[in-house]
Design a protein around this ligand. Structure first.
Ligand code: LLP
Length: 405
């Protein structure tokens, strides 16, 4: 933890001064952590130098994507909007992969015009649609097919995607049928087998199982895929107990897998592991409301600014911007002002004694924080800052109330 004179710093910036100058709620990102995460990711997998396509859905701020591009990553996108952001950030189309179960004709058209690396198709209907559009354009389009490996990612059910009952990808039988169809098509060029079994995975076993399924499927088909896209999902340690996915071990498992199959290029689509721990949400205490058993710490940030606790019961490390010695005897429940009981961040015992107007910091909100935010209760979206040492850049202005109204 980065404290100077009892005050929490984000790189060289004093957190309470940021809150005062830029207002709250406020998203702040540390460039140093972003760079560390990317270098660490690359280092762990350097033995087979994968193509790393950042999952833009985790954080779609153009400035963040620009930094990610400068650090050498490509993009995994799921909509025309995300594709436009990736292209605007300067990412080479040949480093863009496109996932999603419901790509519209307009989106497929756009992706083909931009000559992206791969459209990872997820159904027979989608393949037929891509072929139809490619034919009209007299083009040969590079595609992947997403396999549903029927593997339990052992993560929250809401973010598990690789089981047969999930809407994602196609089962083995359909996969073989679609391989046959695509390889016979004049307008499709089948290059990739893709998977993505879920998010916030911290156990390696599901990945091992997934790789076994892929190995079996590759053996059963004699099609020579150029790429294997293993998706993302690498989990981080939200309570800072180091229980994140062990990338080093994952690398060893993949190396073993690569020895068993013909030479292929690996693609990854990490989101959370690249940006998760880079973000902090700064929020001011509006009121402290006393209750018999606990005190409600009513923040100016709410579930519309950070959905994860309300949506998944996620717990984000929470602390005060300025450390004070005294500990509260009461339990604190950190809540937002929204009219929903689930508008609650965390309940903590033995927290330092807080006062109204104190600044609270919610950690690890760089992934699926701002990107999941909304205007619920007609609340404007927060501003975002990128902090590089002592340099502070406003990378998104606070939304103006009149713009929403
Ligand atoms: N690739 C595909 C096809 C995906 O659907 C996802 C995430 C990723 C890659 C990136 O996964 P990551 O490396 O970030 O785990 N809103 C939830 C997470 C939803 C993930 C959706 N798909 C949360 O806040 O935990």
């Amino acid at each position: 933890m980065n404290y100077i004179n009892k005050e929490f710093l984000i790189e060289n910036a004093y957190s309470s001064r940021l809150a005062k100058k830029y207002g709250t709620p406020l998203y702040c990102y540390s460039y140093k952590k972003l760079k560390e995460n990317i270098n660490n990711f690359k280092k762990n997998f350097k033995s087979f130098s994968p193509l790393i396509c950042f999952a833009v859905k985790a954080n779609s701020n153009l400035h963040i994507i620009k930094e990610i591009k400068k650090l050498g990553l490509g993009a995994d996108v799921v909509s025309i909007g995300e594709m436009m952001i990736a292209l605007k950030a300067g990412i080479n189309p040949k480093k863009i992969v496109y996932s999603g179960v419901g790509k519209t004709s307009a989106e497929i058209n756009f992706a083909i015009n931009k000559n992206i690396l791969l459209i990872n198709a997820e159904s027979q209907s989608e393949i037929i649609e891509i072929e139809k559009i490619a034919k009209l354009k007299k083009k040969n389009v590079d595609i992947g097919i997403r396999l549903n490996p029927n593997t339990d990612a052992k993560t929250l059910s809401q973010i598990s995607t690789g089981k047969k009952e999930n809407k994602f990808g196609v089962d083995e039988k359909t996969f073989f049928k679609l391989v046959k169809y695509s390889t016979m098509s004049k307008n499709l060029n089948l290059k990739c087998l893709s998977v993505h079994i879920g998010s916030q995975i911290i156990d390696l076993k599901p990945y091992e199982k997934m790789l076994k399924v892929i190995e079996k499927v590759l053996k059963k088909t004699n099609h020579n895929f150029e790429f294997i896209d293993l998706g993302g999902g690498m989990g981080i340690s939200y309570n800072h107990d180091k229980k994140n996915l062990n990338l080093k071990r994952y690398n060893q498992i993949i190396k073993k897998f690569l020895k068993k199959i013909k030479k292929k290029k690996i693609i990854f689509e990490p989101g959370r592991s690249i940006v998760g721990n880079t973000g902090y949400l700064l929020s001011k205490i509006i009121y402290i409301k006393k209750n018999k058993t606990k005190d409600f710490i009513i923040l100016d940030a709410a579930m519309n600014d950070l959905m994860r606790p309300a949506l998944y019961g996620a717990k984000h490390k929470t602390f005060a911007s300025i450390k004070k010695g005294r500990i509260s005897k009461k339990t604190y429940e950190f809540v937002g002002p929204i009219c929903e009981t689930t508008d609650k961040f965390i309940t903590l015992k033995k927290f330092q004694k807080l006062n109204e107007k104190d600044i609270i910091i919610i950690c690890d909100v760089g992934a699926y924080g701002m990107s999941l935010s909304s205007n619920y209760n007609t609340r404007p979206k927060p501003a975002e800052l990128l902090i590089k040492g002592s340099k502070i850049t406003i990378i998104r202005k606070r939304q103006k109330l009149l713009d929403i109204i």
